[in-house]
Ligand binder design. Structure first.
Ligand SMILES: [Zn+2]
Length: 258
């Protein structure tokens, strides 16, 4: 992949991360908010260390859970290697949320009054390669006669604008709820986590962009998963969540085949 040399330094490396590229599962795991790393040339965007470590920069724990699921399912994982503060890869370039100057209670000085040229620079450096990689992966499978099931993995903050959230795991979908329905039904039987449909966000919040681009037009099975981040702060929590979600996904896909 061509890395934009005026955007990333040598130390930054590639914009997109891929694990288990030869995975045999039809599941393609996607993690848009995997990292809180900023490209070196952007410094700290004028943010405090607290803000840079918080959920506005990334989805804490999401990549670790996705990696465990990638292993247990033998599924390819595509993830973003840079913070959503620079570009939120789950938003289209025209969305104000793609490069926010305010996120929850934080102002982001380095994103204020961005020029059209800067917006397009970030789009080319981060958004296009990320979605290009997903597109290639799906196309390669299709050429080999293989299906793809698109599964995006996120985490959310337990307290948002001062409000505590009781939901622990959200199973989200846009207009195609086939896989989500089956996973929600499986979850009911376990009673292990508080699992809800389209919570704490839903399609009206614009969070299903990746599904809309890659899965819906092609009719691919798809789902978006949100895990409350206090549950996946350490390895034990990450493993418990990953095992639970792997089970839901496996059982959901099996139920679909029947
Ligand atoms: Zn997210």
């Amino acid at each position: 992949m061509l890395v934009q040399s005026d955007f990333f330094t040598q130390a930054d490396g590639e914009p997109v991360g891929v694990e288990n590229a030869a995975g045999s599962s039809p599941v393609l795991l996607v993690c848009e908010h995997a990292s809180r790393r900023l490209p070196q040339r952007y410094g700290d965007l004028g943010l405090s260390q607290e803000a840079l470590a918080s959920h506005i920069a990334w989805d804490p724990g999401a990549l670790a859970v996705a990696q465990l699921m990638s292993q247990s399912l033998d599924a390819t994982l595509v993830y973003q290697r840079f913070s959503r503060l620079i570009y939120d890869c789950n938003r289209p370039p025209e969305s104000p949320a793609a490069m926010r100057d305010v996120s929850e209670i934080f102002r982001i000085p380095g994103n204020e009054n961005l020029s059209a040229a800067e917006r397009s620079r970030r789009t080319s450096a981060l958004y296009l390669p990320f979605h290009g990689r997903i597109r290639e992966e799906i196309a390669e499978r299709r050429e080999r006669g293989g299906e793809t099931v698109v599964v995006t993995l996120h985490s959310f903050t337990p307290v948002y604008f001062g409000q505590e959230r009781a939901v622990e795991i959200g199973i989200l979908h846009d207009r195609d709820s086939r896989l989500a329905d089956l996973m929600l039904r499986q979850a009911e039987g376990t009673g292990r986590f508080r699992v809800e449909r389209n919570e704490p966000y839903g399609p009206a919040d614009g969070v299903t962009h990746t599904l809309e681009v890659h899965a819906l037009p092609a009719g691919l099975l798809n789902v978006m998963i949100e895990v409350r981040n206090d549950l996946i702060q350490d390895e034990t929590g990450q493993r418990v969540a990953a095992d639970f979600l792997t089970g839901l996904l496996r059982d959901g896909l099996e139920a679909f085949q029947r």
